[in-house]
Write a protein that binds this ligand. Structure first.
Ligand SMILES: NC(=O)c1ccc[n+]([C@@H]2O[C@H](COP(=O)([O-])OP(=O)(O)OC[C@H]3O[C@@H](n4cnc5c(N)ncnc54)[C@H](OP(=O)(O)O)[C@@H]3O)[C@@H](O)[C@H]2O)c1
Length: 223
């Protein structure tokens, strides 16, 4: 446990003491069962979502590069990844919403009035990491062609803009303009790794009343 924790700390830059506060320690069969459940998407907020299987694959690749990678661990990961694939191919577990980001966009679509609501809604996305980018892609797939994106680094927003098809307008705003942007928005998606909440009750209370409605969809963990 000590060696694995030190390896995690070295790779992530997170102090061992912080990792210890948040870890879930499982041994033997419990650890095996947990890895299989995670791979199959049984432990995910959106049951059967596929992103987690890619993440298990990434961990598997990282583990392969380390010294402590023995045959048992290698086989454990291989079997868990293959079971994750089988769970999705041979059952209906993955047939609903495929990821948290797509579920967030589907939820907004349901709550906003009318099927074409996203094309006319003022949309704000806070956070331009992996999840923010996926939210933006799902929004575009559902007909949203203009949105404001608030992020600390402007470069990430520029990179996402590059990937978009012509006709999609992505407007960058810095974090200090977040509340002003929220005041204009009908739907606000938040997906950042901030350790503290970005919107507090007192912020929302003083926002001007929305034109139609103002919906907050937060997919950050913790929220
Ligand atoms: N990836 C997943 O599969 C997944 C699934 C479910 C939930 N989530 C949750 O979604 C959230 C985002 O995950 P991610 O995968 O997109 O992470 P990521 O790719 O590492 O991106 C992190 C994002 O959060 C921003 N950020 C970090 N610290 C911040 C702070 N103190 N104030 C404001 N913005 C801050 C970053 O801004 P800069 O670019 O300016 O640094 C970046 O936009 C997390 O809460 C994560 O737990 C992720």
């Amino acid at each position: 446990v000590k060696e694995v924790t030190e390896w995690m700390s070295k790779r992530s830059g997170i102090p061992v003491s912080d990792i210890r506060q948040h870890w879930l320690l499982l041994y033997n069969e419990d650890a095996t069962q947990h890895l299989f459940e995670v791979s199959a998407g049984l432990d995910s907020l959106v049951l059967g979502e596929s992103q987690i299987l890619s993440q298990v694959n990434i961990v598997n690749r990282l583990v392969k590069e380390t010294k402590g990678n023995g045959q048992v661990i290698r086989e454990l990961f291989q079997k868990a990844i293959s079971a994750g694939g089988r769970a999705r191919n041979e059952t209906n577990i993955g047939s609903g919403a495929v990821s948290l980001s797509s579920a967030a966009v589907e939820l907004a679509l349901k709550k906003l009035p009318g099927p074409a609501a996203l094309s006319s809604a003022m949309v704000l996305v806070v956070g331009a990491g992996n999840m923010g980018k996926l939210v933006i892609k799902h929004l575009v797939a559902k007909g949203c062609t203009k949105m404001v994106v608030v992020n600390r680094s402007q470069e990430k927003v520029a990179a996402i803009r590059e990937e978009m098809k012509p006709g999609v307008e992505i407007i960058y705003k810095p974090p200090d303009e977040m509340l002003a942007c929220a005041a204009e928005a009908n739907v606000i998606f938040t997906s950042t790794s901030s350790a503290t909440p970005l919107f507090l009750k007192e912020h929302v209370e003083v926002l001007p009343p929305p034109h139609a409605r103002r919906l907050f969809v937060d997919i950050s963990v913790p929220r």
